[in-house]
Each structure stands twice: as structure tokens, then as C-alpha cells.
Design a protein around this ligand. Sequence first.
Ligand code: TYD
Ligand code: MG
Length: 458
Amino acid sequence: MARDKTVYTCTACGGTSPKWLGKCPHCGEWNTLEETVAEANGGATRHRFKAMAPMQPVATLSQIEAAEIERSPTGLAELDRPLGGGIVEGGVVLIGGDPGIGKSTLLLQAAEKLSRTMPVLYVTGEESGAQVALRARRLGLRDAPVRVLAEIQLERILAAIDAERPRFCVIDSIQTLFSDALTSAPGSVAQVRECAAQLTRAAKSLGTAVVLVGHVTKEGALAGPRVLEHMVDTVLYFEGDTHSSFRLVRAIKNRFGAVNEIGVFAMTERGLKGVSNPSAIFLSTHGAPVPGTCVLVTLEGTRPLLVEVQALVDSAGVAPRRLSVGLDRDRLAMLLAVLHRHAGVSCMDQDVFVNAVGGVRIGEPAADLAVLLAIHGSLRGKALPRGFLAFGEVGLAGEVRPAPRGQERLREAAKLGFAVAVVPKANAPKAADARAFEGLTIHAVERIEEAIEVVRGL
Ligand code: TYD
Ligand code: MG
């Protein structure tokens, strides 16, 4: 009688119905009913960990001791960086990323390092224990005391966690798990949410640091880990092109540290190796400068990263296309409008493709100026000079706005031997500081017309 165990709950009003309906009988919203566990029945297993957690008294803020959170470094410096220093007792981390990008590899490496100092459980729902063992051998992690469980049923996994009492537990992946309490298939929103909620509860009550692995598909078809983001303490996303060897791990939410911190890895035959000085890895190597490319310095997190953006502008058919990889497409449309309106450069009858080299995703608006200059370069078929870079946010009025910590960006570029920079006026160094940027000619601009003027004259 599986049916009795579940009810359908409206995500809009919270009303329930014993069976699925297209329209909520309580609030009248369409398509809002989702399968959930019926509280009265699921109680026994559901609240096992709740009962174990001690009840907390109400306290005054000033009287609560503000102890620093204790972190255990994973031993992989580039993973600790986005984590905010290491794993936290009872902390739940979600690691999302495309299939095949290296999630299992990275976590197996972290599990091996941590197993030297604490009990570690690796739950694999995707591969058999033998496959995990084979990978561990390939990674050269031969005699790690990592405990492995190949299981996809949530209740059995919770029982194993209860028995093993690991301090670090990996669930690979959350989409393969299913709870007996629900009838829907593994990977459905209801299952993913329920399994994550129960594992989170177990993590908090036992003080286990739990890592949930989640796949994100480009279409978002599978119940993506996005539904879990609000439940967990830390969300990390893997970025990078599976065809290139570099991978970024970015923190997009962290209750225990700074967000937007980035860890950089290179995929080798022996697993993921940290890259401690990554600023130049996303530059493609052209023999001679080619039209349609421009380098920018992004600064998300604490380390500057030089990234090349490429643009291709080509005459279009009936409906011109605007495509971007690694950059926001709406922003691209806006930039093209600004370019037309304020600089008189029209791409109206052209296809425009924009790409950030190496599969990096650039979220910050400081990329605007470089994107515009790459498009402009492709359109007129003229390359920017060797060692050229640009950054700055472009506004709707055609103004070039400063990027945060501009001097740091310029310093990194100067260090890597860049020769010419076009930057927002407010980011240009004062004459007194000029010596720090030796070898770098800096053009300060306030508007995109000026930037294009500078580029034409180079
Ligand atoms: P994997 O960790 O299985 O990805 P995910 O768990 O995110 O799906 O990594 C898969 C890829 O990594 C696979 O294509 C092979 C490659 N790889 C290496 O290049 N070197 C290695 O040492 C390992 C273990 C994997
Ligand atoms: Mg995997």
C-alpha cells in the first residue's frame, strides 16, 4: 500500500491532496502538486535522527559563545579554497557538475586524504564497489582506509551511516538514491529533495560532514541539484570543458566561507592535480594575434584570472543569431545594442558568436569591454595587438564603469608581460603608482566610443 505513504503537496499554498491533480483544489494554481512523504506514516524512520538531536534552549545573542567553526582541511588545497578552508562538522556540501567532469575523481581523492585522520564512508550509487576500487588503484590510492558502500536505498544508507559513524561521508550521487517512503523514481524532484533532507538531518545530528554529488544536465531535464541549493550549507559547481584538461570548482554559496572562491585543477592520468598559479591557463596560444579575440582579467574570489574571449561575427541568413558560451546571452544582446547606439557599429544583419576559452563561465560584468572589443575586432577583421587586454563594465548609456580591484587585475597582467590595456578611467593607476605596471601601457577610457577610438589607433 505504497500509496498511503505519500500525499501531494501544493508548492504554492501548502495544501495537500491524496492524489495528483493538475490544479490545486485549495488555491487553484496549476501544476504545483508534488509528491511528498505523508508525515503520519513516514514518522518512524523520518524522525529517527531528529529524536537523537538534543533540544536547544532559547538564548540571548550576546550570551552565545561565538566559537570559530572548526575545519578539517581535505589536504587538497584547491578544494579547501572554495570550501572556505576545509570540511566542517555537520556541514553539508553539494557538488554539481556535468557528467564526466571529475566529481567522483575529486571526491575519491579527498576521501583518501581525509581517511588518514578520520573515519570516511564513500557511498556509491552509480558505480560498483569494484569500479571504485579500480579507480582508486588507478589514482594510486592503494591502501586508503576508506569504507565503501554500493547502495541506492536511502534507509539502508542511513542505517550504514548510523553504524559506521563516519566523520566524512560522500554520497555519489544524490540522483541515484531513492527512499522507500516515496513511489516516484530515483532522480525525481520529490526523491532528490527527500533523500537530501534526510541525509542533511543525519549530518547535523551525528556531526558528519556530508558531500552530495549532483549531476546538472545542460537541459536541466533531470531533477537538477538546483532544488537542493537552499537546503545545504555549501554549493560548489564544477566548470570547464571536458575536452580540455582544466577544471574549475567554484563556490556559489557558502555558509562557512566566502563565495565565488575558485579552485583550479588539471585532469591528469593520476586524477585531479591542483593548479596553484592559474592566472594564465585560459589563454589560447595563437602564433600571431588573430581578429576577434580579446583578453580580460576576471577577479572572482581572491585570484585574478586571465581569460580570452573570442567573437565571431558573420553575415546572417534571415534571422541573425546571438550565441554565447560561458557568457550571459542577454548581456550579449544588450552589449550589441550599446555598440550600435553609442559607437555606431551595427551587427544587425550579422550572426554573433561569443565564447570564453577553456569552458570558463564569466559572470561578472567587468567582461563587457573585452566582449565588445572582440566583436568589434571580428567585424572589421583586424586583430588587437599582441599583449592586449581590456576590462570594465559597460552601461546602457555607453559609459565604461570601473571594475572592483582594478589595480590588482592590472598588476597580474603586467606580471604576465601584457603590453597594452584599455581600462575604465577610475581603474587607471595614479602617476605615482605607475612603476608597479612597468611595461604596460594603460589607456583610461570613460566611454565605449573612446575605447574603440583607442583600438583603432593601435
Ligand atoms: P569522473 O570523476 O568519473 O566524473 P563524474 O563523477 O563527474 O561523472 O571523471 C571522469 C573523467 O575523468 C573520465 O572521462 C576519465 C577522466 N579521468 C582522468 O583523466 N584521469 C583519472 O585519473 C581519472 C580517474 C579519470
Ligand atoms: Mg561520477
